[in-house]
Design a protein around this ligand. Structure first.
Ligand SMILES: [Mg+2]
Length: 533
């Protein structure tokens, strides 16, 4: 009874039975048939009379006492049969219970007790028969927790598991009768409305779930602030594919997450292609990184007044086997989401340092550091290790961070940048003018360079305003003792104008697009990239 069937656990319940009888009924039937058979044979052959006559004829043998023997055997046999059938019934009940337990286990998540993916699929396939009106729809909400992973990482799985249980409780509280809450795995949940009046009916539970999970959780003495993103998919047709509906809700969820957390989105047809592509790239990303398909490209940084090459900004380029070159705008978010941004950055840095270590003159290398990387307190050590391994002088390294990076965790960013600075690394504030930085940041952090965002430089031609802003930023930079660099220079005229405004350095298509081969620009080192502006 205790051994669990290795195939589908409930199969045996529905296994066909001979003649449609239970084992007990079959046994009774066999008994009756045998009794009838014995009765027929004995009466046909007048066995009792023959025996009586024989017994009378041989009175001395006391044969009439023998008649008790079969009677005693029959009674004992009946008792035995009754006990056997009791045992059989018990065993059958036990087996049925075990089968039901296995079935329940197969359809429920052991941690939260919620339905699992399989149960949800079952419920989805039963959803259509439950719909009565033609306008009714089946709605599926895919729910994903925001900021769950950091809690799991920093407080351990024990806290993570208890948090998931509490999330399950809150979701169950939101669900109404007839609705099904399921755990799809990890920190993903789902809510099924088998019969809803319309797609709009899904916004009610979506709002309530977001609200319910936004409220802080308290586990022991740890206050956990999470949240939820939701994707919604609806099916109105009678023969919809449950698996496709789950996938559509996932696609909508994906979009909802990428557009900022704590929101819900309905599935739209056009999302499909876009999300599919991103999901595919996400799958391929780690392999591409391991196989060296993502390599550093070099864009020249030039001294404006002389046009002399001073260094390169390292930019990642992914050369995809089928799609060609993929833009960093596409794959950097993937690297950040998959947690591989740190690895990518160090790999590119190492490659570039190996290439640049022996250059004469010793040009600089500038690397972009993402907000995600600045959360890693060991970042300075990792960078210095690459410097040591490759023999690249840290004083030739420049780290570029954007203003928005600073907003997330200013003290953390300050610690890391100060540590890098103590090793001689230069710090540049990237894309200045587009983010949320304040003068406070400029004063508090050890910056060496201000990179003026390309949008200002590109609009200088038609906008007097932009020209004034650029002039003001250059003045501000100089007054704080910072080097200024203009991004996005595309013409000689623009370069001259920037020299007139007092800008120190420049970068842009006029001086060179990012290229895989730095030597194309270096050409012995002393040669300028473009004639002096
Ligand atoms: Mg940059």
């Amino acid at each position: 009874v205790t051994t669990l069937p290795d195939t589908s656990p409930w199969k045996s319940v529905h296994a066909p039975r001979p003649l449609g009888l239970s084992p007990r009924q079959r046994d009774v039937l066999i008994l009756l048939v045998m009794v009838a058979l014995v009765f027929t044979v004995t009466s046909r052959m007048d066995l009792f009379e023959r025996f009586a006559r024989f017994s009378e004829a041989h009175d001395a043998w006391q044969l009439d006492e023998l008649i008790w023997l079969p009677i005693l055997f029959a009674v004992a046999g009946l008792i035995f049969a009754w006990r056997q059938s009791r045992a059989l019934i018990r065993e059958l009940m036990g087996r049925k219970e075990a089968e039901e337990r296995v079935r329940a286990m197969a359809l429920h998540d052991p941690l939260t007790g919620l339905a699992n993916r399989r149960k949800l699929q079952e419920a989805l396939s039963l959803a259509v028969p439950a719909r009565k009106e033609r306008s009714e729809v089946t709605v599926l909400l895919a729910i994903d927790l925001d900021r769950f992973k950091p809690i799991n990482d920093s407080h351990g799985h024990g806290v993570g598991d208890r948090l998931l249980k509490e999330v399950a409780d809150r979701l169950t509280a939101v669900a109404r009768e007839g609705e099904l809450v399921a755990r799809m795995g990890g920190d993903e949940f789902a809510l099924l409305l088998p019969v809803a009046e319309s797609a709009d009916a899904a916004t009610r539970p979506a709002r309530r779930i977001i609200q319910a999970l936004e409220a802080p959780f308290r586990i022991d003495n740890i206050v956990c602030q999470i949240g939820a993103s939701i994707g919604i998919a609806c099916a109105s047709e009678a023969n919809f594919d449950p698996e496709a509906l789950i996938q559509r809700a996932d696609v909508a969820l994906y979009r909802s997450k990428s557009e900022g957390r704590g929101q819900f989105r309905f599935f739209e047809e056009e999302m499909d292609g876009h999300i599919r592509r991103r999901a595919l790239l996400e799958q391929q990303f780690s392999q591409a990184l391991a196989q060296g398909a993502i390599r550093p490209h070099y864009q020249p940084l030039v001294e404006l007044a002389t046009g002399r090459l001073k260094g390169f900004e390292i930019l990642a380029r992914w050369t995809h086997a089928e799609e060609g070159v993929i833009s960093p705008e596409v794959f950097i978010p993937i690297a950040e989401d998959t947690g591989l941004i740190g690895e990518l950055s160090l790999k590119l840095l190492r490659e570039a340092c190996v290439e640049a270590a022996g250059w004469d003159p010793p040009l600089t290398l500038s690397v972009n550091v993402s907000p995600v990387q600045l959360r890693d307190s060991r970042l300075p050590e990792r960078f210095m290790q690459v410097m040591t391994e490759t023999g690249f002088d840290p004083r030739r390294l420049e780290v570029e961070i954007t203003e928005n990076t600073l907003v997330a965790d200013f003290p953390g960013a300050k610690r890391i940048l100060t540590a890098l600075k103590s090793h001689g690394v230069q710090i540049a504030l990237d894309d200045f003018g587009t983010g949320y930085s304040s003068l406070h940041h400029l004063r508090e952090l050890p910056f060496d360079k201000l990179k003026i965002d390309r949008s200002f430089i590109l609009s200088m031609e038609e906008s007097e305003e932009s020209r004034k802003i650029v002039g003001a930023i250059i003045g501000l930079g100089h007054s704080l003792g910072l080097t200024t660099l203009a991004e996005g220079i595309e013409t000689a005229a623009r370069a001259r104008e920037l020299v007139d405004l007092g800008c120190d350095m420049g970068q842009g298509y006029y001086y060179g697009r990012p290229a895989a081969d730095a030597d194309a620009f270096r050409d012995g080192g002393e040669t300028s990239v473009q004639g002096a502006a």
